[in-house]
Design a protein. Structure first.
Length: 232
């Protein structure tokens, strides 16, 4: 188990793990409600995150927000505490995957991606559930003393990206939005430039991407600009 990283009085994150491709999981502490960013790769990932919260003396989240539908961010949804929130497009992907999820598709997931096989090496089933609360566009949540603003965004990674801004703390959770499209990791220049244009106006100083540590806004924007193909 890793230790939580404290970014501010209100915002923490549980670090990513490269071996099993587990993304970082965010946590925002309000006076009334607490919120997690992303639901993890499995029930085991969620439980590890919650043990770290217990050690830090933080309550389990009342709300868990999804940044996009990919398995490493959502397959732990069935095990989270409280309610889950996703944009409508993410939720449609989850409902479709839930209908198709069975032994054959689970075997396909494991065969396609070694990190999934490692995450589910003990034979536990992959469980997919839809979100409890669905939004389109933007959604603002008042946790008590701190707000969280959710908004859909263009992304070269998926077409269902949600960004999570904590405006009082000037912190933004990006999920995997700055990455190329899985599995080729090819970057669509138009989509990346649209995301760049949006991010330049986002009032945040610290950006968190799904599979890395915290970075400054300037560092993230530079990395994104460098990732755009020369042919653009």
């Amino acid at each position: 188990m890793k230790e939580l990283v404290r970014l501010s009085e209100r915002v923490y994150y549980y670090p990513f793990e490269e071996e099993r491709d587990r993304p970082l999981l965010g946590y925002v502490k309000g006076d009334r409600l607490s919120l997690a960013v992303d639901a993890g790769h499995s029930a085991a990932h969620v439980e590890e995150f919650y043990r770290a919260l217990d050690v830090a003396g933080l309550k389990r989240p009342d709300i868990t927000v999804l940044t996009h539908w990919h398995w490493d961010h959502t397959f732990g949804m069935h095990a989270v505490h409280g309610v889950t929130v996703a944009n409508a497009r993410t939720n449609e992907y989850l409902k479709d995957l839930q209908k198709r999820m069975g032994p054959e598709l689970q075997a396909e997931f494991k065969e396609k991606e070694p990190t999934i096989a490692l995450e589910y090496a003990d034979g536990q089933p992959m469980v997919v559930v839809p979100a409890d609360i669905v939004f389109t566009g933007t959604l603002e949540l008042n946790l008590g003393g701190v707000h969280v603003r959710l908004f859909q965004a263009e992304s070269a990674h998926t077409d269902d990206s949600t960004l999570v801004l904590v405006p009082e703390e000037k912190i933004l959770f990006m999920g995997d939005s700055m990455s190329g499209e899985y599995p080729t990791w090819e970057v669509d220049p138009d989509r990346m430039n649209k995301l760049l244009a949006m991010l330049r106006d986002v009032p945040a100083d610290i950006f968190l991407t799904g599979h890395w540590t915290e970075q400054t806004k300037e560092e993230v924007l530079q990395r994104m600009e460098e990732s755009i193909p020369d042919r653009y």
